[in-house]
Every structure is written in C-alpha cells, then in structure tokens.
Design a protein around this ligand. Structure first.
Ligand code: PLP
Length: 405
C-alpha cells in the first residue's frame, strides 16, 4: 500500500533491508509530508497572527486552514474546538491542569483505565496530588478490555472525569469506549479519549462518539513530530482556564488585570508550530486519500497474520491473541523451563537482523505489573507494512530464540 511514498523504507540496517515495525512509537513520513515541510519553509515561513505583511498573512491562512482540516478529519463541530499542542502528552497535561483548576477539588475523583500509557496516568496523578483528589482505576477483564461493569460501580457523585485510551499502545486492544462514554454520560461525567493510537488507524468522528475531549499526536499519524491536538467540546473549553500564559492567548494585558483571547487561541500561548500544522494537514490528506477504513482493515489483517505466525513458534506467547486489536502485536518468549527470555535481548537480536521492534514496558508499567512481566516485545504496523515483513520478523525471531535458549 503506497510503500514507495516512504523514502526511509529503502534504508538498510546492518546490511539488511529495514523492516520497520515500531509504528506505535512513531510512523514514518510520506514524501508528501516531507515536501510540505520544505515547501512551507521555502515559501510561506513567517510568524503568524501578528503580521500585516503578505507572508505573515499567507502563513496564518495556511495554519488556520490546517486547523479546519483537523476539525474535518476528527469530525469536530467547529475549528474552535481544535487546540494545537505538542502531542498527546502535552494535550493530556493541558487538560489535566486546566480542567483540574476549575472542576476538581479535595475528595473529588478522576477515573482512568489500568492499561493506560503513562501520559494518561501521571498528569491525572499530579492533579490529584495537587488538589487532594483521588485517582481510581478501571480494572481489565481477562480479555484485556476495560471492565465496563466495574466502571459503573466506580462512579460516584464525586467523579469529575473519566479518561481512557481508545487503543492500548501495548497490546493493541480496541477498548469499548462507546460503552465507557455512555455509562459516564448517564451520570453527567465527561470523558476524555486518549486517541494516540487510534487517530491514524481507524475511522472515527468525535461528534458521533460524543466524547468530550480527544487527544492525539501528529507523529503517530504520518505527520511531523512536535505537533498534536486536543479536541474539546466548545461548551467545555469555554469553561476552562488557560494552561499557559504569554503571547497569542491574551486579549489585553495590564499589570492590574489581563483578559484572555477567544477559543482556541486562549489555549495556545506563544508562537505555534505553524509549519507542523501545515505538514499535519498534508498527512491527514494522505490518510484520507487511502481511506481510514482501508488502513484499519490492512493493519488488522497483518495483526491476525502475525498472531498466527508468531504464536506457532515454540515458547512464544502473544498477548490478546485472537482479540479485536489494531495493528499491534505484543509478545514474549519463554525457555523450556518456563523462564522469560528478556524482551530487550530479543529486540537487540532482531535489530541485528534489520527488524525494528520496541521492547520494554511501553510506558505502561501498571499493565506490565498486571501481566507480571518486566516488558514485552512489540511489533506494530502501519499502512505500508506487508506480510513478507511479518515473515522476516518470524524468521529473525527463530534465529534470536535459538541463540538465547
Ligand atoms: N498515549 C498513548 C496511547 C500512546 O501510545 C502514546 C505514545 O506512544 C502517548 C499517549 C504519548 O504520545 P506522545 O509521546 O506523542 O505525546
């Protein structure tokens, strides 16, 4: 699928053709996105929003067009609901601070899932510490999906927000977020969705989902690093205070009193990444040209194939085998006596054979504790991966396991 658009895939590693299976960490970039960055620096680079000169106006126009492109892509009601951030982590920190400032007090509760990325745990934990609030955790069922029944019993009249990932970055499990939103909303509790792993992988519209907030990262969806999105329903964003102070986010500044800008600028202090936004819009165009449904089907097919091929190797355990998963295969290998072969050793030997995977706790230590392992080996797919790369992974894994047994 459009593999030739990605120049980096022609690289070799230790003399072997690169097999890049670390897409949950970051995707590679098509030349259309790389060209968009060069084009913007060559032809439209000027600081935005403040300039009367032509270039500044052009750059402003392109930045705001990019915001509209994001709003269309996510299915937001208006571009005012799209805040440009540095990435998912930044989005979640912004929300935790801003929401926490006015909505959370002593004894209130925030609810997150057990399998969350640290970015969707630690900002809430920090908020809870700051406000003397309580962090509650939705347990997992045996199939690693969030236990919706348990969520019902966790919610109280002190619950202020539920924040969960759409897709687990570690296991690829697609979480029942519609159920989470329905249950939380039935108690008038807003829901934030960490969409880092879903935004580039599957069709979704925030208005249909009816989530109150949604966070994602450009670099995980074929776009540049350093730019991300926080979507929030306008009625919520209107109520929340700014996260950072500085230029752009103000209306008037006096030493006695400062008034703030309108949405979304109230949340965008300082010079925004106006080159990144344009490149992100190009990435979204690229995704839409292929179709999110097609990408999703392709990645799920690769996942099922990898499940089959990897789980047939002696000693290999794939987590969430046969589950509805999005483009992620997490596994461990065990010796005949049942001891774990450390994922770091497996990953290093795979790398020597040109296969790039991620090993470790994947920023989800509570989930690793739950699985009682120090980490896993994770292969994650993107639209350009092919079955023969899964075969290369399997062959390399067999070699690695022979060496490590
Ligand atoms: N949430 C999830 C589910 C992720 O997979 C990641 C990154 O892997 C993040 C949050 C953090 O994203 P970023 O590092 O782009 O801020």
């Amino acid at each position: 699928m459009n593999r030739n658009d990605f120049p980096i895939l022609d690289e070799t590693v230790y003399g072997k053709p690169l097999v890049y299976l670390d897409n949950a960490a970051t995707t590679q970039k098509p030349k259309q996105v790389i060209d968009a960055i060069t084009e913007a620096y060559r032809h439209t680079n000027a600081n935005i929003h403040r300039g009367v000169h032509h270039l500044s106006q052009l750059a402003t126009e392109r930045h705001e067009q990019a915001r509209q492109a994001v709003a269309d892509y996510l299915g937001a009601k208006s571009a005012k609901e799209i805040i440009f951030t540095k990435g998912t982590t930044d989005s979640l920190n912004m929300l935790a601070f801003s929401f926490g400032e006015v909505m959370v007090g002593e004894g209130d509760e925030i609810v997150v899932g057990l399998s969350e990325h640290h970015s969707n745990i630690v900002p809430w934990q920090m908020l809870c510490k700051r406000k003397k609030a309580v962090l509650k955790v939705i347990p997992l069922k045996d199939d690693f999906t969030l236990d919706i029944k348990a969520l019902k019993s966790l919610l109280t009249n002190r619950t202020r927000l539920v924040s969960v990932a759409h897709v687990s970055n570690t296991l690829g499990i697609i979480q029942p977020i519609k159920g989470v939103i329905r249950i939380a909303h039935s108690s008038n509790i807003p829901v934030c969705i960490d969409g880092a792993q879903s935004a580039g992988r599957m069709p979704l519209k925030v208005q249909e989902l009816d989530c109150d907030f949604y966070a994602c990262s450009g670099h995980k969806m074929y776009g540049p690093t350093g730019i991300g999105i926080l979507y929030g329903k306008e009625e919520w964003l209107d109520k929340l205070p700014p996260y950072q102070g500085g230029g752009e986010m103000i209306d008037h500044v006096r030493f006695e009193h400062t008034t703030y800008n309108v949405l979304p600028y109230k949340f965008e202090a300082g010079t925004p990444d106006f080159i990144g936004s344009v490149a992100l819009a190009e990435a979204l165009r690229y995704i839409e040209n292929i179709g999110r449904e097609n990408i999703s089907v392709h990645e799920q097919e690769l996942t099922r194939y990898a499940d089959r091929v990897l789980s047939s190797i002696e000693g290999v355990e794939v987590y969430g085998l046969g589950q509805s998963r999005a483009g992620v295969v997490s596994f461990n290998a065990f010796r005949q006596d049942g001891t774990l072969i450390h994922p770091f050793d497996v990953g290093t030997l795979l790398d020597r054979q040109g296969v790039a995977v991620r090993t470790g706790h994947h920023c989800a230590e509570p989930l690793m504790d739950y699985l009682s392992v120090p980490g896993t080996v994770r292969a994650s797919f993107a639209l350009y991966n092919e079955k023969n790369e899964v075969d290369r992974l399997a062959d390399a894994l067999k070699v690695a396991l022979q060496m490590l047994a």
